[in-house]
Design a protein around this ligand. Structure first.
Ligand code: SF4
Length: 211
């Protein structure tokens, strides 16, 4: 089986296992997703979803965030960890959105990564989820699972993104990544993957090695 064939089979099985998946972060406006993703670094989506309702009520627009005192934003996001850096990034990001991008979240990965605190993972998620662009969101789950499946090698997110883009059809990447995250949380966990109950075991290189 070639890597492309393996990727297509993985996509097929994941679709059947997780027909309905979407980003676990709650948001209503485009910039709110950007902020929620920034808050989710080294924090759970659940925690972020607890914090953002009050934050977005206090600062209801890009302009409001751009004019905010960083110290006040910090108060709202303390429980998400790394709050000094995250608050600074959020305010500076919104100043850039207001001053350079006309109050709109940019659509391309190349523009998105120019924003403070936005790396390729976030940029891919925003471009894919908000604008329907081909995207490959390489977070820790996607890297671990695609390594195990034999679709990628190494832990470097940029390299893994490149490798996956070469074997996954462009319009399948985003949803494959969302589904891999669900699978990584519930079945193929970091410490004890439940291979016996995994729908991917017939196409998994790690499983073949164990056999
Ligand atoms: S067979 Fe095991 S290692 Fe492979 S994807 Fe499934 S849970 Fe992970």
């Amino acid at each position: 089986m070639t890597k492309k064939q393996r990727a297509l089979e993985v996509i097929k099985r994941l679709k059947s296992e997780y027909p309905e998946v979407k980003c676990a972060l709650t948001y209503e406006k485009p910039h709110e997703l950007l902020i929620a993703v920034r808050l989710s670094a080294q924090c759970t989506d659940k925690r972020v979803n607890l914090v953002t309702p009050a934050l977005f009520e206090r600062f209801p627009s890009i302009e409001a965030f751009a004019e905010a005192e960083i110290s006040e934003v910090e108060e709202y996001i303390k429980s998400c960890g790394l709050f000094h850096t995250k608050a600074k990034d959020i305010v500076e990001m919104c100043r850039m959105l207001r001053d350079i991008y006309g109050g709109k979240v940019p659509e391309t990965i190349e523009e998105l990564v120019k924003l403070p605190g936005v790396g390729r993972k976030t940029a891919n998620l925003i471009a894919g989820d908000l604008y329907g662009k081909p995207a490959m969101v390489c977070d820790t789950h996607v890297i671990r699972l695609t390594n195990r499946l034999g679709l990628s090698e190494g832990k470097d997110a940029v390299q893994v993104e490149k490798q996956l883009r070469s074997v996954v059809p462009p319009d399948e990447g985003l949803m494959m990544c969302h589904r891999l995250v669900w699978h990584g949380r519930g079945v193929c966990t970091a410490r004890s993957p439940k291979c016996g109950e995994c729908v991917l075991k017939g196409v998994c290189r790690e499983y073949d090695k164990k056999k």
